[in-house]
Design a protein around this ligand. Structure first.
Ligand code: S3P
Length: 168
């Protein structure tokens, strides 16, 4: 087992579950958003505002390419839009086991309704935005992943246990 990569929509639990998996599997935890923020010396919101989404997406692709060259073994939370580029989906499979944390739109809305750090969800009707974006992305996430874990109504411990059983 090499790297484990968690993908899925914003708020599906990639960071929280990733940190728990990191502890369980004794592998360091990495988050592509954090790597990019550090490299750009800006928050994700600032990056979107000052450089635009395409620039950020190019940084995501570059980030995955660098991780492929890294010989360490990690638990990696991938930004929610990283799997959108077909090139990135291919690179993710090269990087390790890809796990899709699948959630229902209402679960995501409840978790993110007070969040201001996701530029793509700001605006008038975040519930509708989430529903539309998730509809557009569902098959992309499914295509990118080797393993799918449904997270609705499960606590983090259960999800970590399920992932453990599925990856071993
Ligand atoms: C995005 C998800 C975010 C972050 C950026 C864009 C997306 O990451 O990369 O705001 O397009 O889904 P998280 O999934 O970690 O929130």
């Amino acid at each position: 087992m090499s790297n484990i990569i968690l993908i899925g929509f914003m708020g599906c639990g990639k960071s929280t579950i990733g940190k728990r998996l990191s502890y369980a599997f004794r592998k360091p935890f990495l988050d592509t958003d954090k790597i990019i923020e550090k490299k750009a010396d800006m928050t994700i919101s600032e990056l979107f505002e000052r450089k635009g989404e395409e620039y950020f997406r190019d940084m995501e692709t570059a980030c995955i390419k660098e991780l492929i060259k890294d010989t360490g073994e990690y638990i990696i939370a991938a930004g929610g839009g990283l799997a959108l580029r077909s090139e990135n989906r291919r690179l993710l499979k090269e990087l390790g086991r890809v796990i899709y944390l699948r959630a229902m739109p209402d679960t995501i809305y409840e978790r993110l309704k007070k969040d201001s750090t996701r530029p793509l969800l700001q605006g008038n009707n975040p519930r509708e935005k989430i529903r539309t974006m998730m509809g557009e992305r569902a098959t992309v996430y499914e295509e990118a992943a080797q393993i799918i874990v449904d997270v609705d109504g499960k606590d983090f411990e259960e999800i970590v246990k399920e992932i453990g059983e599925k990856v071993l």
